[in-house]
Write a protein that binds this ligand. Structure first.
Ligand code: NHF
Length: 463
């Protein structure tokens, strides 16, 4: 049987360009799919940042074609590395930092149209034709509408909070009539379109990145309209609901080179080096790694650190990440207040992240919501025990008191309790050892989830 051909698309894909978890997923899921016989290829914009590294990534030009966007004919250059395609256009596709929400909507409307046309280009050029297009997040939300069921689509939601709202003028650029669009919010001065909403309404199937997040977003998601979209899908006979498939992590990228039998010496050494480089004393060490954004619950962590460290010297906290300036300021203030115990690195530094995963005892994940979360899985791969909010994918991947701890989401006192229990565990070598081993033995590779995606793809193309 010929391999199932799937084109996977989104805003980012590691190692070419990565801003967040989506980049990790688009970097590692296709590989895992290819290992089980799916001909999975990825397509993303050819950002200037990628172009600069084209020699390193062995990216070559494959060809070009044109699309009509508004009243302009725009040229698209097609570039490729093994199993990856990049679409290039100076005006629309080179920037990773497009300012202004309507400009961003235009950029990805342009990309989505270019992906749809790419399916013709690649058939002619390489005799390759996708049986299914796997779209990810709002950036690719126009594809299901534009492709008009010619190719079935799966839309995976990695974060419902980013939906891509913008002026409906973009529809003129796409030559799409208002009637074809289902999620229009009419208003003054502008009528708006919701790109993710369109994707949800038009995709053949919708999924998300964990069963618990699927439940959360389809039940009561703070008044978000997604369940209305889903109800409308049901009315149209698309009654499959939202499937939740937990992400895996790339075991090659995240490889501590120790396991449940050999962790102890290596981890001790890693911790020693980490603490020395940070100028911290030898104490139980907790880290935070992530974007400094509201979702990630840093205010909860800061409150908890305050409670734990007041008058005591019980623990170290090392925080890595960057983001919202007011959150960065709050974090810095705490570091200045607890000079002996708290360190902050305000950047996105993958090398340092590896050191933190490897050298910390615990990782704190106080997210207000978390569609899947990758850091708890990466941490456990390094034998670092997560203390995480009980929400979304965190709930689905952490077994409380076995390979980590879960506390009530949004609760600083819950987190304080979790840290206190962790400190107690540190007093008992056998308890600590049991938890570390259990974390190291949990399988977070893509093996299981890639199979689930393959089954879902096959199911979709059968429809
Ligand atoms: O893991 C990749 C990531 C998720 O929880 C994460 C998130 C964004 O918020 O699926 O996407």
């Amino acid at each position: 049987m010929p391999a199932l051909k799937v084109l996977i698309t989104g805003y980012e894909a590691a190692p070419f360009f990565k801003r967040g978890g989506l980049g990790d997923v688009l970097g590692s899921l296709p590989k895992a799919l290819r290992d089980i016989g799916v001909d999975a290829r990825v397509i993303i914009p050819y950002y200037e940042d990628i172009e600069k590294k084209s020699a390193r990534f062995r990216i070559n030009k494959i060809g070009e074609y044109s699309i009509v966007f508004g009243s302009d004919i725009e040229h698209i250059g097609v570039y490729g590395g093994p199993h990856v395609y990049f679409l290039s256009n100076r005006k629309y596709l080179s920037s990773i930092n497009t300012r202004g929400r309507n400009k961003k909507i235009d950029q990805f409307a342009f990309f989505d149209l270019a992906v749809v046309e790419f399916s013709h280009f690649i058939l002619e050029k390489k005799k390759w034709y996708p049986r299914l297009i796997h779209c990810n997040d709002w950036h690719t939300g126009f594809i299901p509408l534009l492709i008009e069921q010619r190719i079935p689509t799966l839309l995976t939601i990695h974060n419902l909070n980013y939906q891509g709202w913008g002026s409906s003028k973009v529809l003129d650029l796409l030559h799409v009539k208002d009637e074809a669009v289902k999620e229009l919010k009419r208003g003054v001065p502008v009528t708006e379109v919701n790109v993710l909403g369109e994707g949800i309404l038009h995709a053949t199937r919708v999924s998300t990145v964990s069963p618990s997040y699927a439940k959360e977003i389809t039940s009561d998601y703070d008044g978000d309209p997604i369940h209305l979209y889903l109800k409308r899908r049901e009315k149209e006979g698309k009654d499959h609901g939202v499937m939740g498939i937990v992400n895996g992590i790339d075991y090659e990228t995240w490889n501590p080179k120790y396991d449940a039998n050999s962790w102890e010496k290596a981890k001790k050494k890693n911790k020693k080096l980490l603490l020395k480089s940070m100028g911290l004393a030898d104490r139980p060490t907790f880290c935070f790694i992530g974007r400094m954004a509201g979702q990630k619950g840093l205010d909860i962590l800061i409150k908890a650190i305050d409670k734990i460290l007041q008058g005591k010297n019980a623990a170290n906290f090392i925080l890595l990440g960057s983001g919202v300036p007011s959150i960065e300021k709050m974090v810095n203030k705490t570091a200045n207040k607890y000079k002996d115990n708290v360190r902050v690195e305000l950047s996105y530094n993958e090398e340092f992240a590896h050191k933190l995963y490897a050298g910390s005892d615990f990782i704190i994940i106080p997210s207000r919501y978390e569609p899947c979360g990758l850091i708890q899985m990466i941490a456990m791969r390094y034998g670092t025990i997560p203390i995480a909010a009980k929400t979304g994918g965190l709930k689905d991947t952490i077994s409380h008191a076995k390979n980590g701890f879960l506390f009530k989401k949004g609760s600083a006192s819950g987190l304080v309790e979790g840290v206190k229990i962790a400190l107690m565990i540190c007093q008992s070598h056998s308890l600590y050892e049991k938890m570390v081993k259990s974390a190291l033995q949990t399988d977070f590779s893509w093996n299981k989830s890639a199979k689930l995606y393959k089954e879902l793809y096959l199911d979709i193309i059968k429809e």
